[in-house]
Design a binder for this molecule. Sequence first.
Ligand code: ADP
Length: 467
Amino acid sequence: MLHSVRARLTLWYTAILALVLVIFGAVSYVLLAREIRAETDASLADTAHEFAAAFDPAEHTRGRDALLDFRYSDREILVLSPRAEVVMASKSRIGTVERKRIEAFVRAGGRGLHSIPGGEEGDGVRIIATPIDVLGTHYTVVVARALSEQADRLESAAQAVFFAIPVALLVAAAGGYLLARKSLGPVTVMSLKARQIGAETLDERIEIGNERDELGFLAVTLNGLLERLQGSFESQRRFMADASHELRTPIAIIQGEADVALGRRDRSAEDYRESIEVMQRAARKLTRIVQNLFLLARGDAGRYPMSMSRFYLGEIVADCVRGMRSVAQSRGVTITCSTAEDMVIVADEELIHRLVLNLVENAVKFTPEGGKVHVSLASQGGSYAIRVADTGHGIPASEQERIFERFYRGDRILPTNAGGAGLGLPIARWIAEVHGGELRLDHSGAEGSEFVAVLPNGCSEDLVASG
Ligand code: ADP
């Protein structure tokens, strides 16, 4: 039962309300008691005053007449002689014990308001003792009121309060429970809906009641989460499908070539060599794809072990260009490079090498015979900009956004069979970003394309410190 928020809410609410009501009841009781006592005292004083004023010895030769005029159902008047004996009393219901105590009080010179404790059964009386002179004799008028009456009033007030509190609590608890149930109802509906949503039904959404209340906000948040989950699920799925598709081709080549080589007995050593070379190329491609996939997977998981060091960026750039020179030459592409020597960077040397190589490889690959590729390195503020420009066919505007997506390859038919798996640019961009930089296509058109990678040199110091 207490595992339900509704029940807990109701319980807390009722408990707090009970506490408030009890405090309120207790304070009211104390105030009421004080009020009743003050009222009693005031009325006793009034009666004593009126009696004293009305007691005219000329008219009332017999004081009893005065007493007859002051017949109250709730209070009594006693007139005590100077020796403190009751000489006159209204029809008295005061017990003898109290009467004796009143006499003792007056005898002891007591004046004003006083509470006389009762005997064994009574609650006692509240009195006011006022002196009056009757024909030169000092009498004392005592007006008394039974305290039991005060106690009765208080008791009925207490009964009313203590009967009302449980009733109020019951009504409030029931109302609170219904209200909590009604307000939390959508949470149950949302939970049931969320439970139904699985990997196959990630396109479903939770119904949003009022967008502006907390539960609506929760539904919107959950829907946002589902949206992101769906997006990453779909891209994972696409990634898996594309990866297996890419792996299938070299595997099929190896398989086919092996079948052919082993299928015929009368093959020459030359034929076997050729087959093995084909398999070697396919295996190299396979290795590269698997390495790239592994790199991206570790990059995605944020678990790539960066090994930072301080080196000259110009050397790396020149190294990549040198490495590509023979390939470029074989394709009739001229490759040039302009770098400065003193550009020190703190970064993962292997990754930066791969970034530059991917860009230079692409530039050479997508530039037709007779074209040019130029790689330059410049310092701008706290960063270095590596620019790789070519005079290739350029990238159509519709593809420019997509070339950085994984496994995306342009439609262009390559002059040679040098097509990659569409992972070169995504990896290069990841490398730039993991170093706190960026990689973008600066411009591309009929005259060629230019990619620019911006790498910060200063912030790399932090990477070293944290690494
Ligand atoms: P891959 O080179 O393996 O195809 P990339 O991710 O490196 O994959 O490149 C994706 C696509 O971007 C290429 O297929 C190509 O269409 C386009 N591209 C990349 N670099 C260039 C370039 N320098 N000139 C023209 N197109 C390019």
